[in-house]
Design a protein around this ligand. Sequence first.
Ligand code: NAD
Length: 475
Amino acid sequence: MVDLPDLVDGVPALTIDGGPVRPPSTFDVLDPATEKSVARAPLARGEDLDRAFDAALRAFPVWSLRDDVRRVALLAASDVVADAALPLADILTAEQGKPLPDAVREVHAAAAWLRYYADLPVDREVVHDDGRRYAEVAHRPIGPVAVITTWNFPLVLAASRIAPALRAGNTVVLKPSPHTPLASLAFGALLRDRLPDGVLNVLSGGDGLGAAVSVHPLARKVCFTGSVSAGKEVAAGVAPDLKRLYLGLGGNDAALVLDDADPATTAPKLFAAAFRNNGQTCVAPKRVYASRAVFRPLVQALADLAGGTEVGDGKATGTELGPVTTGAQWKRVSGLVADALSRGAVAVSGGRPSAGPGYFFRPTVLMGAEDGTAVVDEEQFGPVLPVIAFDDLDDAVTRANATHYGLGASVWSSDPDRALAVGRRLDSGMCWVNDHGTIELHLPFRGSKWSGLGTGGGLWGLRSFTTPQLLYRPN
Ligand code: NAD
């Protein structure tokens, strides 16, 4: 058991209208390293959801008008989260599986999002102020926002959506993943004293609650992070009410390693990007197309790195990769790897799930898995990386683009300008050169094609939680 705040009989509370709410039903949250219960989480009811949105709507008029209050409140929220880094990280590791130092980094990243947006003013643009007329575009808040998150980075996802939403003057109802609700519930409890009542409400429950949150009549914008399939359901659900929508969905990022890349310097960076958080990162390289000139040494270097990685319980000192977070995901990764091996691929490291307990799967580098195999064509979202040799760069670009996904991509080369030119041909919302997945708070984060709708990060993220208004006056 971890040290959770706000417990009654071992169960944390929902946060609604600034206070704790304890519905009668609960559900189990498992530690993926042991498959034992970490704690039980409250199962929010329809009436809890209505109360949360009523509170968010009531809080909206005052909150939306007080720019100064919002800035100070978000700074205080950032401080309280950073101060609670260790207990929050303990919860994250227990329910998500990531090594404790990674969990501590995630909490500080969540605090950084709150601080960054606290200091980013909601601007207005004066387009004309001359003898003829005054015209300005103001960026007004939208209203109560539904934020639905998934389990790979529960606190960073929550904070990176909540911070711009609140800073812009909206109020929020947050629904975390049923696999990792505890850190988000603790986050909500910590912020009760830092935010006015009703400004942030946190409700835990299953996928049905997510659907109910997204179609709630009082939600004016839905900000959803998760799978493409659920994202499409959310999009269809919000359409009749014309709610504003942000979707952060899956990816199947290609990394193109060109013939002039140095395998010795490329492999460690590629490995870290592909396997951080156990490959459960939306912007991770999920298939590598490597020029045949560097293919063998690259694969060998990746395999050596995989072989030397310490896999274990995230709570243990020295663990570099924890378990896969959910049993379903562990089975899926196992199935994708087994399917590739049965079709002739070779695992140069890893290759099969560990015997339980715990959803462990050693980092697996595959060669010989080609396009047309599920492990290449689909997002694995786990510790497996197929590396595919190419002879013709144009063909590799075509194969990288031949997917409905379009989140990230990367190009690796000793000639950065050549790599940038290749990157400009990739159909992705983001493309890195000699790097993959670096996120900076002030830069845009987005997916094209089925990987998402809308842009997060920086001013783009802030403005996505606003609606523009033209103010015009003849002079
Ligand atoms: P999921 O879609 O199953 O669940 C995500 C959240 O949505 C959970 O809170 C869940 O309870 C809720 N939910 C499920 N069905 C719903 C529905 N019909 N309506 C409303 N809510 C619903 O997600 P998952 O498969 O567990 O998450 C992993 C996926 O998330 C991967 O594809 C990953 O790439 C993606 N992801 C994307 C980003 C991004 O910013 N682009 C970030 C992190 C993860």
